[in-house]
Design a protein around this ligand. Sequence first.
Ligand code: SAM
Length: 307
Amino acid sequence: MTEPPHEPAAPHPGAPLAAPLAPGLYPVATPIGNLRDITLRALDTLAQADLVVCEDTRVTGRLLARYGIAARLRSYNDHNAARQRPAILEALKAGKSVALVSDAGSPLISDPGYRLVRDAIAAGHRVEAVPGPTAAIAALQVSGLPTDRFRFVGFLAPKDGKRRRQLEALAAETCTLIFYESGPRLAASLRAMADILGDRPAAVARELTKRYEEVRRGTLADLAAAWDGAPKGEIVVVVGGVAGGRPDARGGSGTEEDIDALIRAGFAAGDSVRSVADAVAGSTGMPRRTVYRRALALSRERGPADR
Ligand code: SAM
């Protein structure tokens, strides 16, 4: 194998790209907390782009400084997007490479960028993702809930009436649901979810990848009762889908494997066989006696140390 030609030292630990970045728009994912959660290609792209478009130049400036990257920054957020878009499209037209980042995680996911990407595509520009962290997927991965089919809902409306209507529209959804939430609204949202969706298995993932990371698993009602006041930090709520009363109706659940996953999530939250059986039977529509028998068998498999 021949050695690649020697490249000048990069300001970050990634191998530099052999060729300059092609003109186009690059949505680049950045960390959701832990600053080491950034890909080598993200660093390459940020270092090489002619322009880095970001929500807040101070936030992105700190990230870039951490990796020794000097870049031309332009802000693009909910307040100025319509005003800024033409200039960014003009830069693309002039053959520039433009990286698009948000304050944290993947741009466009409950963050600005969709209209810019849409207009860039319509104008015939290259649009290439530089993928990486997103809080929704990180939370789903640790929730213990079925992952084969899920629906990302994002933020619910802050007002009670609209939030209830949004939840009612989701009540028959059979796949796992993912919500973004804030500390001050968490308890009210969990109560509304328990009330409208039923007392299903769920997980609350807080401050993922950060020092005070915490994941609590249990039923919606248990989780709603679990906090005195508003927890600090950033939060994702993951909720199991509904069975619609038919064991095989739930996305991926209803199979033995999925029922087992729900039972195990209940055990992981510290629930007894009896309360796990109640919650899983309630949320899946499976006969309670069947679920109870299975929960008992699984609890015996776990052994005393796990219980
Ligand atoms: N684009 C981002 C992404 O890819 O995850 C999401 C941006 S949205 C404005 C911010 C919300 O994402 C927060 O209110 C919270 O619901 C969720 N979030 C972001 N970082 C998080 C973290 N470290 N832990 C838990 N939730 C997080």
